[in-house]
Design a binder for this molecule. Structure first.
Ligand code: ZN
Length: 378
């Protein structure tokens, strides 16, 4: 996550991508599937961000650049800035395939494993223990979102500094891809009050979108989007759905968003392709929470096609079954109904704010009053 206060999310996204019933409201632009459009083969360069670590050894973080050979924007995709948020790594590789064939202006810079130390440790940040999320980090000094970093700081701060020196400051546009916990629907996080960045957020293909990233550029401890703004560029953040995993549907959301942004910037041919249906902004007024009516085991409801469970991002109608509780005290099945018509911003249980990092946090035992879903009206 870009900021831990936007957390929440569950499990069961299973197959947003299988299931024919899904087309319609959840259908995505299919640009990437149309492979053989043309054409030239653009140059791909692989280089390393070199970081001298505290012990004097060198950390090489690989990145790629696709060059059209023509003037234009330098579009940067960073993924895995938090080491357990890895879907964007595959988005980067798919975008590379598109750009090798079709990039016609500027350059595309791809950093699939931006925080390599955290990726290697298989955690949000370096220094976390098993089943710990970022909020449990004792100091958060290994959260890489503290730019411009420090060449004499800890290893994460050194890597952040080197990333800026070698990559970030050479780019005009940034898409920083993170991942929410799996019970939260993917969401675009636009920069609030930075008009030049707005078209990037508008072009993405997530159902949910909010303009909440700060435009201010303090001297230190900046998010990556802030340092890009400080360098004079434009930025957008994306939160795909699911940490510690890579699902095809989420990769497709990321890829179609990147392709749309590149089209909007004139780097790829064609016009951005919009998702079907409205984009949705989660606000307090539009959010309707469904709670467990009693303590017991929560059994998730099924989607309309009846072949998969409901999942975050699905469209539900008021009164539709969201599942039921197997009540602890008498084994009655107590239904849970959708409190409103809209899109599921959250579906499933997340105890203690600790999913996806902790397996018990995903356990389906709910206490009475615990939130099991949030429906956002359009
Ligand atoms: Zn993150």
């Amino acid at each position: 996550m870009i900021n831990s206060k936007w957390s929440r999310r569950d499990f069961l996204k299973i197959a947003s991508v299988h299931g024919a019933g899904l087309a319609g409201a959840n259908a995505l632009p299919t640009y990437a599937a149309r492979a053989d459009r043309k054409s030239t083969s653009n140059r791909v360069v692989t280089e390393n961000v070199k970081t001298v670590l505290e012990d004097g050894s060198e950390l090489n973080t690989p990145f790629r650049r696709i060059e059209s050979g023509r003037d234009g924007p330098a579009l940067l995709l960073t993924a895995s800035l938090h080491g357990n948020e890895v879907i964007g790594a595959e988005v980067a590789m798919r975008l590379q395939d598109v750009c090798v064939r079709e990039l016609r202006a500027g350059s595309v810079w791809l950093v699939p494993m931006a925080n390599l130390l955290a990726v290697r440790s298989r955690r949000h940040s370096f220094g976390l223990g098993p089943e710990q999320s970022n909020r449990m980090h004792p100091t958060k000094v290994h959260n890489m979102q503290r730019f411009p970093g420090d060449p004499n700081g800890n290893n994460t701060q050194r890597a952040a500094f080197a990333l800026d020196q070698t990559v970030i400051r050479h780019c005009s546009h940034l898409v920083d891809i993170h991942c929410y916990q799996r019970m939260n629907a993917a969401e675009t996080l636009g920069v609030n009050g930075h008009e030049r960045s707005r078209p990037m957020a508008d072009a993405t293909t997530t159902r949910f979108i909010r303009y909440v990233l700060p435009a201010a550029t303090p001297e230190k401890n900046m998010l990556i989007n802030q340092i890009v703004l400080k360098h004079g560029g434009c930025a957008v953040g994306m939160e795909l759905s699911g940490q510690f995993e890579i699902s095809e549907r989420q990769v497709q959301i990321g890829l179609s968003s990147m392709v749309n942004i590149a089209k909007r910037l004139g780097m790829l041919p064609g016009e951005p392709e919009r998702i079907e249906g409205p984009r949705v902004t989660m606000t307090k007024e539009k959010s309707h929470v469904a709670q467990a009516p009693d303590s017991g085991i929560f059994v998730p409801g099924v989607a309309k096609d009846k072949i998969r469970n409901l999942a975050a991002e699905d469209y539900v109608e008021k009164g539709q079954s969201l599942g039921h509780i197997i009540r602890e005290k008498d084994l009655e099945r107590v239904p849970i109904l959708a409190p409103a018509t809209g899109y599921l911003a959250v579906f499933g249980l997340c105890h203690w704010g600790q999913c996806d990092a902790s397996l018990p946090a995903q356990h389906p035992y709910a206490e009475a009053g615990e939130a099991v879903a949030t429906v956002v009206t359009t």
